[in-house]
Design a protein around this ligand. Sequence first.
Ligand code: NAD
Ligand code: IPM
Ligand code: MN
Length: 365
Amino acid sequence: MNYKIVTLPGDGIGPEIMAQAVKVLDEVGNRFGHTFNYEEHLIGGAGIDELGSSLPQATIDACKTSDAVLLGAVGGPKWDTTSNGDRPEKGLLKIRETLGLFANFRPALLYKQLQHASPLKVEVIGDSLDILIVRELTSGIYFGRHERTICDNPKDTYAEDVEYYNVGEIERILRVGFDSAMKRNKKVVVVDKANVLATSKLWREVTQEVAKDYEEVDYSFMYVDNAAMQLVANPKQFDVIITSNMFGDILSDEASMLTGSIGMLASASLGEGTLGLYEPSHGSAPDIAGQNKANPIATILSVAMMLRYSLGLESEAQAIEKAVECVLDKGYRTGDIMSVGCKYIGTKEKGSYICEAIKLGNEQR
Ligand code: NAD
Ligand code: IPM
Ligand code: MN
């Protein structure tokens, strides 16, 4: 089959990790007889520099007519203040909104080979962890009113960011999360701050209604401050976490460390249809950009999610996941997941080893 994949490398380590993702996807194409036609477009700081916009119209048009979108990362100190107020992150939020990608899946998966890379004690983390964070992605405080009001007395000047959720938005993300739980261990924790926030209280009421359609799912609520603590104290209690845009952003970075590094945390953003946007959960890592140090696994595992969720290619997705395991088995590590006795490799080498493992899988079949 032929597929149109839009690639948005973005900024910082974005182009480096994207190059590895494309290399891996081409290897999958070779092994399984698919052709992936790439169309590269601008987003983020790269878009601001070349076309004066963090999300040029050509990028939106290309994404809308693609089978799936792969994104590296956006942002960096260079664009923290621009003359027209545009910034790289705005492009990312706008593409998620424009494509209607309200459901963000962030699987925190510990590979047994990385149990010593996790900062948690082995007695706590064990040799596996599989938590799915389902983050609402196109509403909440990210998309509420952001405003600054200048007052005569400078000390009275204030700013507000409004957390907004309507029932429809809450219900659709809950259904996606409960559906996911049905395919897993049927356990949902809805994370909120219902002891303070009106939006959280509404989330709880809607959850109670939605849960009636999922009798087999064991669900509970947890305050976000407790959830942040429970994730490091007893992470194995979680199966599916469903939460708002901002809480999901924060908790997924926290959960990523349980698996060894943020460089391991893939993500998929989906809406009503099959079109999805796939990106690592981490950012553009300006501190290591251009040094061949970034771990490309989060991006490569996002490619696997793309094959599974947007293209329906399950065996192909599994081939990538097995190849990643195979490279970890051999002890090859980027710096972020380095352990005693392992061999240091860079971004490109890791991509190449994963490609080799995919190819070998072919010969063994
Ligand atoms: P970051 O995720 O870019 O980096 C945090 C730390 O993790 C850094 O020390 C970095 O070196 C490390 N790191 C991140 N990815 C890594 C990888 N693949 N391999 C090894 N180490 C890795 O977060 P930040 O520093 O807070 O943000 C930097 C920029 O990225 C900001 O402009 C921010 O807005 C942006 N950002 C973008 C996205 C995205 O594009 N989806 C996500 C988060 C942050
Ligand atoms: C992420 C990032 C983005 C977010 C930023 C860059 C807008 O942190 O994808 O997790 O907060 O959603
Ligand atoms: Mn984030």
